[in-house]
Structures are given as C-alpha cells and as structure tokens.
Design a binder for this molecule. Sequence first.
Ligand code: MLT
Length: 404
Amino acid sequence: MFKINENYLKLPGSYLFSTIAKKVAAYTEANPDKEIIRLGIGDVTQPLAPAIIEAMHKAVDEMGKAETFRGYAPDLGYQFLRDAIAQEDYKAKGADISADEIFVSDGAKCDSGNIQEIFSVDNKIAVCDPVYPVYVDTNVMAGRTGTYDAAKETWSDVIYMPCTAENQFAPDFPKETPNLIYLCFPNNPTGSTITKDQLQGWVDYANKVGAVIIYDAAYEAYISEENVAHTIYECPGARTCAIELKSFSKNAGFTGVRLGYTVIPKDLKCKDVSLHSLWERRHGTKYNGAPYIVQRAGEAVYSAEGREQLKKQVAYYMNNAGIIKEGLQAAGYSVSGGVNAPYIWLKTPDGMSSWEFFDYLLETANVVGTPGSGFGPSGEGYFRLTAFGSYENTLAAMERIRAM
Ligand code: MLT
C-alpha cells in the first residue's frame, strides 16, 4: 500500500482564506438578499493599468505570428524583465543586485511556500506572530515544525516572535537562535512596518548567528515613510544572509495574472554551496517559467507610463486605507497599520474573540474581514481589514460599521 505524506495530516483545519470563503458562501446562501462587502482577503479590485493591457495585447499578437511566437520561457525569466527589475527595484534604490540573481516566477505565494525546500528539514524557523499562514503551513508539510499544540495553536519546533501593540508590532530578536527567519515588511497582516535601522539590526543579527532571512517585500509599493527600506538589500550585509520575495499582485494588480520573483544573491552561501545554485536547480527542474505575455506585462510595470499609472492605483488603495483607519478611530476602535501598507489592524471591541467579531461583522454589517487569530495566537483579539476594495464599497462598509 502506498503511503502519504503524513505531515499534511498535522495541519489543523483548512487554509485560512479557504475557511473564510466557505463561511461567507454559507452565509450568502442562507441570506441571498444581503449585499456582502469583501474586505477580507487582500485581493485587488482595480482593473489592470492601460500600459499593462497594451503590453499584453502586443504580446498576444506576437504569439499569433510564426516570426515572433515564443515557446518555453527561459527557466529564470526573460532577460528583458530581469534587467528591468534589477534596474528599477534595486540599482535605482542603491541596492547591489544584478539581473542574474533574480528568478522570475508565477508569484510570491508559491515562492514563499517553495523556498523552504532548499533547506534541511532540521532547520528551525522563526516567524512573526501573527504571520502570513503560508510560511508556517508549508514548513508543516515539509515536516519541519514538530507537534501541534491545539490549545496554544503553536508548533513545538517553531520559534514565534510576538508582534503586539506592546512592541509596536515589530518582533524582538528571539531568545532561541533560529536557522531561518521569515520577515514580511510592510507587514501582512498587521499593516505595520519597521524602520531601515531596525531592518539593519535583523541583517546584522542573521549574519552573526548564521541564519537566513526570507524577506517578503510584497507590500513595498505602499511604503510612504522615508525611513523604511524598500528592499532588504539597502542594508549592508544583506547579500550574505537574505533572500527577498517580491510580488506583482499588490503593486500592479496581478493577483489573477500571476507574476513574482525571488532574489538570491550569489554571496549567500552555506559553507561553499551557494543557495542561488540550489534554487536555480530547483527552478529548472520544477518550473517552466511565467508566460511570455505575463512577463511582457511585468516589463510594462517599469515603463514611464506604467509607473505613473500604478502610482495612482496605489494612491487609490491608500486613500481607502485612510478612510478605514479614520472611520474606525472615529467609531472608537483602536487601530494600527494603513500608513505603509494596505492593511488595517484593529482591536476587537468588548473583548470579543477574532472569530466572534468576524461573525458579528458579517451578520450585522455584511462586511467580511479576516480574524487576527487566523494568523497566529498573538493575532487573537485582533481583526484585519483590507484597503483593496473599491472606494464606494470602502465608504459603504465604514458607514455600516459605524452604524453597528
Ligand atoms: C492576504 O490576504 O493575506 C493575501 O492576499 C494573501 C496572499 O497574497 O496570498
């Protein structure tokens, strides 16, 4: 009889956003007349920018002609896109990353889940608590997290770094030394971030203890404050300790198009083995590249028109963030985030649990959000709202919440 990967059986419940989708579907079925406003999953609502659509149309036409048709994409991504990324996301920001250190993929979710494969199962991971659930769940699947304590909702072999109001949602260095440290700034789910100096502290720490930082910079486009790093490679020393994950989903609305990339500097080594060579091997074996049409769309993100149009799109969502934040504050909620990130993190009222507030909000205001406890035990008593809705829906949601 064949055997399954029993690590999957250790996973409690379903993936957070699948659970929410099922709950909302059940509510909608029972209440078909209710108009639901979804501010739960961080999915964008604005259409793709004109410069991107134009680039995609052009690429589609190229695919229809023998002279310009393309088959398999290069394993690591088309040079035109890797050059644009290296120039605009790194060199222009004073970060020393070259095009051949960039691996184009179909999104940061997959990369953040897959990257753990190149590390030994003995490595100990440290995560912020609350945290984007993909980091932990994929390590569970790999058998790296030990046993689950259902009462505490924690894994025995995971180091949790609480991010709470007491530490301004910025993790402290853990007491126990980790091998892999997952960091996401600006942060999902709390919407807070850390300063460049604080990030430098993490780089210095990782180099000192011999750990690798897996740095998720998916929300970088939302940074509005000067003292926040746009990439971890702005910090000296990051080339020897950090992998960076980037997404086109949040800055350019590619949640349905799918495009992302991972940076592994060639200086990042375990003894004399470069992690770059391992990921290159993995990418070549398991992946056939993001589609040509999508990579051309990605290139348009960096064109002058694309940049201008996307600046407006980010501003549109951040205007929503302001509306949510101010609306909640006026209604007496204790709120953070929403300044460098499209997420607003609120304390649930009257000691309600995160899931109690989820039900209350859904039933009373017909608004969907995300329970903080779904991101980890320190998220209990908190709730996340996203600014990725439409302006009209954001206003309507706030009116309904104020009326609760
Ligand atoms: C979220 O809501 O946390 C994000 O949309 C998840 C993701 O980007 O995969």
